[in-house]
Design a protein around this ligand. Sequence first.
Ligand code: ASP
Ligand code: MG
Length: 437
Amino acid sequence: MKFGGTSVGKPERMHHIVSLVSKETEPVIVVLSALSGTTNALVEIGDCIARGDRQGAKQSIDKLEAHYQAFISELVKKEASVAKAKSIVAEHFEFLNIILRISFSEALSKDILAQGELLSTKLFCTYLEEQGTPHQLLPALEFMSIDQYDEPQIGSIKVKLSQLLKEHKGKKIFVTQGYICRNARGEVDNLKRGGSDYSASLIAAAINASVCEIWTDIDGMHNNDPRIVKKTVPVEQMSFDEAAELAYFGAKILHPASIWPAQQYNIPVKLLNTMQPEAKGTTITGEAGSVGVKAVAAKDNIIAIRIKSSRMLLAYGFLRKIFEVFEKYRTPIDMITTSEVAVSLTIDSDSNLDKILKELEPFGTVELDKDQTIISVVGNQIAQTEDMVKKLFGSIMNIPVRMVSYGGSPHNISLLVPASYKIQILQQLNRGMFGLE
Ligand code: ASP
Ligand code: MG
C-alpha cells in the first residue's frame, strides 16, 4: 500500500492511513512519500546551497522545520511519543544544518532529498507506536538499489527484502520509504521525482505481492484530465499496456516507470482514493476488459522536428543515422511519422536541442515546432475499430493536427497539436468520444 504526499500531508490524514492499514487481514508493506511540499522544499534548499546562497537555504530549512513542529504537535499526544517525534525532527534538521556548512556535491544533494521520506516514515511509525499497533520499519536504503545506469536491481532487491522480512517473521505491518535508494557507488540516491510509485511496484514485484495499491487523492485513473474538462469518470479496469501509455503520455496519477515491474511479475495494481476508500478506483492487470476507448491524456512541452531530404527517396539507413543523433544525446523520441522524403518526430526535452539540430543539418532541411502537445487516445483495440477512428477524427475536425501516430500499438492513437489547442481538443474529445461535457 503506497500513500502519496497529500495522503500523508496532514496529521489527520496520517491517522486515517493507520485506520486503513489496520483493516488489512494480510500482512502489508506500507510505502510512504514525503509530506506534500517537502520534496519541493528540499529541492529548493539543495539549489540554494549549490549556488552558494546559504542564507536562503537556512531560511528554507527553518521554515520547513517549523512546518514539521506544527505537524507533530497534531500527530501525537502522549508524552513519550511527543518526545520521540521531536527528537526525529531535531535529528533530520540538524543534518540539514550541518550540510549547510560543508562543501556541496551531487551526492550531498541526494542526501538532502532523502530527508522527506525518512521523516514521514519515522513519524508514521511513532504514531503507530502511540496507538499500540505492532509494526516494523524496513529502511529502503538497506534493500532498494539502482545500478550505474540508474536501473533498479530487482534481483538484489528481492534477496535483500526477503531476508529483512524473514528477520521479522510474524509481523503484519511493515513501513518503508518510497523514492529513496542506493546507487552503484553505495551513495544515497532516488528513483526521480514521483518515484514512490515506482518503489511500491518494485517492492510488490520483489515479494510477489497479491496486489500493489497506490493510494492518492483521486478515485483512480480518469477518462480525461479533471483539471481541464468539467466531467470525467474513473476507468474501472485497464491493461498494463494501456496504463503505461496513459501514465507516460500525461496522466499524472501514476509514475510511468511503475508499470513494468508489476507487469513483468503480473501483480495487479489498484489506484485508490484515500479520502474515499470505498470507491472502486482503477484496477490494472494483464486484461484490458471491454473493447473501446478508455481515456485521453495530454503531454505538454513537446518539440516537433521535421527532417526533409530528397536523399531519403529510395534510400536505406537514413532513419538509423537520424536516430543515432538522438541516441548520442540520450534524448528519447516519443512520436514518429514518415513520408518518402521526410520524417517528423517529437522529443520532450530541449536540453541538447542545439547540438541535435546541428548534427541533423547535414541530412536535409530541419524544421522545428516548439510548444506542441501530444494528445494520446488510449483504449482496447481502438486502432482497429473503424467506428472509433471515425468518431475521433469527426470530433476534432476544426483542430490543426500536426502529426498522427496510428497503428504503433493497437491501443493507442496519438495526435500532435499546438499547445494552444490543448484545452479545446480535450473538451471536444470528451464530448465526441465519451459523450461527456
Ligand atoms: N517525494 C518524492 C517526490 O515528491 C517522491 C514521491 O512523492 O513519489 O517526488
Ligand atoms: Mg508524490
